[in-house]
Design a protein around this ligand. Sequence first.
Ligand code: NDP
Length: 256
Amino acid sequence: MSALFDLTGRIALVTGSSRGIGNALARALADAGATVVLNGITPARLKAAEDSMAVDYPEGRIRSCAFDVTSDAAAAEGIAWIEANVGPLDILVNNAGIQHRVPMLELDVSDWERVISTDLTSAFLVGREAARHMIPRGSGKIINICSVQTDLARPTIAPYIAAKGGLRNLTRAMTAEWAASGLQINGIAPGYIHTEMTQNLVDDEEFNSWILGRTPANRWGTVQDLAGPAVWLASSGSDFVNGQTIFIDGGMTVVV
Ligand code: NDP
């Protein structure tokens, strides 16, 4: 049974993995045996993440490739570099993303486009480039990191909601075109995750009690909660799972 979830010998790219959820997902895939390529746009931060992870995985299984996921040319160069210098890419996690909070009436089109480009177009660009290499080999796993905002709206984050909703349908579109070539493309939609970045929200009594009341599991998620689903969707254990978006949200999106 454990062989189903073993990623030994597989090569994975996790975009936006110099920190945050992406870094936790990279660690989960490395824990399952994968060689992992970290990515970000800030070279110094990416190098620091690579050095820090290399201490925990000393077998040379941690690599890095800095590129901007919103650039068609940079995505093509990045994937080509991985294929030439690390090996054939088996797993792509489209995780890089940004947020921008402002009421829609005050939202500049440039900020709208920046969020759509980073949170949605990037998955098309990097996914298409990865698929160009995976399809001739007849196998590959793509995991698109969505959000509860894939399904639910809140004020002040319109481009994020549009992008994350679009990402679920892009997951389906990729499935429609690439599943017959042996690729599985699925989404993971994390709920509210307790990280360094959300510590201020956890500490905010009013917001914290709203989250607990709104979540059937009555707690915040942790990055460890995302590890199992990510390894499953990256492994042979999910070979007939196609085009699904799995909500890891303690049940938030199934209740009102
Ligand atoms: P962070 O802000 O902690 O990290 C973002 C990462 O994306 C960094 O590694 C950053 O690189 C990278 N990045 C940003 N823009 C680009 C770009 N143009 N090209 C390449 N890399 C880029 O993000 P989170 O961990 O909070 O979020 C990660 C994903 O999870 C996002 O898609 C987000 O929407 C989703 N998510 C997050 C939740 C949460 O609670 N935090 C909940 C649900 C979903 P650099 O360090 O170089 O800037």
